[in-house]
Design a protein around this ligand. Sequence first.
Ligand SMILES: NC(=O)c1ccc[n+]([C@@H]2O[C@H](COP(=O)([O-])OP(=O)(O)OC[C@H]3O[C@@H](n4cnc5c(N)ncnc54)[C@H](OP(=O)(O)O)[C@@H]3O)[C@@H](O)[C@H]2O)c1
Length: 221
Amino acid sequence: MATYLVTGSNRGIGLEYCRQLKERGDEVIATCRSSSSELEALKVRIESGIDVSSGASVLRLKKNLKETPIDVMIQNAGIAEFNSLENLDPESILRQFQVNALSPLCFTKAFISNLRKGSKVVLMTSRMGSIDDNTSGGSYGYRMSKVSLCMAGKSLSIDLKSSEISVGILHPGLVSTRMTGFTSNGITTQESVRGLLERIDSLTLENSGTFWHSNGQILPW
Ligand SMILES: NC(=O)c1ccc[n+]([C@@H]2O[C@H](COP(=O)([O-])OP(=O)(O)OC[C@H]3O[C@@H](n4cnc5c(N)ncnc54)[C@H](OP(=O)(O)O)[C@@H]3O)[C@@H](O)[C@H]2O)c1
């Protein structure tokens, strides 16, 4: 049994992570801005009122958790505001950068003392943060924030290696959640999280810092 912390756990992929982890007998610390009935039903430890982009929230969480050891820290919270070139909104781009890129990095730093040899940090990025895979353009804020998150993940994988902490940089697939307008082209959160947990379970110091699709494919930067 391991202890997993999941951010953005009240709905979507974060909620499904909590459900599958609880089902297989792991300890879950579910953080969220506000809880949901689905999350409450899982009977896991819930830390609500945690906005990942707020320093005060992160400090409060740190105070609540003290030095509780965390085996796997899943930075899942994210936002998507699809800015086109015609409709560039610098405020929106900055907001996405703050929530999707800067916050996971600062969150990781704040909880480094909770990690141990063998712990794992998981960053939920997106294929839309792959420069090589970008064939459709647009989505400036989201793409720029996720490519930054990938870079943060790569640096973390190098900087944390001597502490024997590995880093997974994971794309969940196109998943039917509120973020994607519950697209009918997407896979279910259940299928996505089954694949994501396989990737996390097989994450080691040797393959740390790799950019994976939940289906096991290695994605290009
Ligand atoms: N769905 C996809 O196809 C897809 C593809 C690639 C990558 N991803 C990534 O996967 C992750 C989960 O996405 P999803 O599809 O599950 O999206 P979702 O259904 O929209 O859920 C997003 C989650 O992030 C939380 N969140 C947003 N801003 C936050 C903040 N400032 N502080 C704390 N929590 C915050 C939301 O909480 P509230 O309820 O409080 O807003 C919600 O729990 C994201 O990082 C996303 O970029 C998703």
